[in-house]
Design a protein around this ligand. Structure first.
Ligand SMILES: Nc1ncnc2c1ncn2[C@@H]1O[C@H](COP(=O)(O)OP(=O)(O)O)[C@@H](O)[C@H]1O
Ligand SMILES: [Mg+2]
Length: 192
């Protein structure tokens, strides 16, 4: 299957699961992220704001704020790039933006990719090498390509979104770990 076909099929499957399962499995995944040493050590975390049947990120955002981390969320500039914008209160600092997803309000200013030490990456499908299929905009590929070597990257997904191997193009960037409700995949070590 091509990336386009895989993207479409993965989207259909993901969008057919019920909300109770999304909430339950997201809870398990978010706990694992919040107890991961990369999260505990991080000072600035970049994390997407979940929508629909994506793995939820509300607990990660709350815990990061509560423990004094700087929390950045994505602002997409259509066809150009994605920026990381610090927020201090999701209730006040977000509004509906591009594609109907919550985004930081316009007066809030982005920080450089260089200041990020953990990125939580969404995806429709991940493979055991940490490669992913996103929504097709390439925004995370561009963003991950700018990160300093010290920054950690974690993909989060439901177990049914993991396959052995995906087609990867030269511009695709993989993540360092994939966390699902069942396991933590560290590319290169085949699972565990
Ligand atoms: N680093 C980059 N610089 C410029 N364009 C990029 C870069 N990374 C990705 N793109 C663009 O994004 C498009 C979509 O990327 P793709 O990997 O298919 O989507 P996704 O990762 O969202 O599933 C690519 O065809 C490419 O044109
Ligand atoms: Mg890609």
């Amino acid at each position: 299957m091509t990336k386009k076909e895989l993207r479409q099929k993965a989207r259909e499957i993901r969008d057919s699961i019920d909300t109770d399962s999304v909430i339950l499995l997201s809870g398990i995944i978010q706990d694992k992220v919040c107890n991961h040493p990369w999260f505990e050590r991080s000072k600035t975390v970049f994390v997407y704001v979940s929508a629909g049947n994506e793995v939820r990120t509300n607990d990660i955002i709350e815990k990061a704020i509560r423990t004094g981390k700087r929390v950045c969320v994505p602002r997409v500039i259509p066809r150009v790039k994605m920026e990381a914008v610090p927020i201090s209160n999701p209730e006040n600092d977000l509004q509906t933006g591009f594609f109907g997803i919550l985004e930081p309000k316009p007066h809030l200013r982005p920080v450089s990719e260089k200041e990020t030490d953990l990125v939580i990456v969404p995806g429709l499908v991940f493979d055991l090498n940490g490669f992913r299929i996103g929504y097709g905009g390439g925004y995370y590929d561009k963003y991950l390509a700018q990160l300093p070597d010290t920054c950690k990257t974690i993909g989060i997904a439901f177990e049914f979104q993991v396959v052995d191997e995906l087609p990867a193009e030269a511009h695709d960037r993989n993540v360092m770990a994939v966390i699902t409700e069942k396991r933590v995949i560290m590319p290169g070590t085949q699972g565990i």
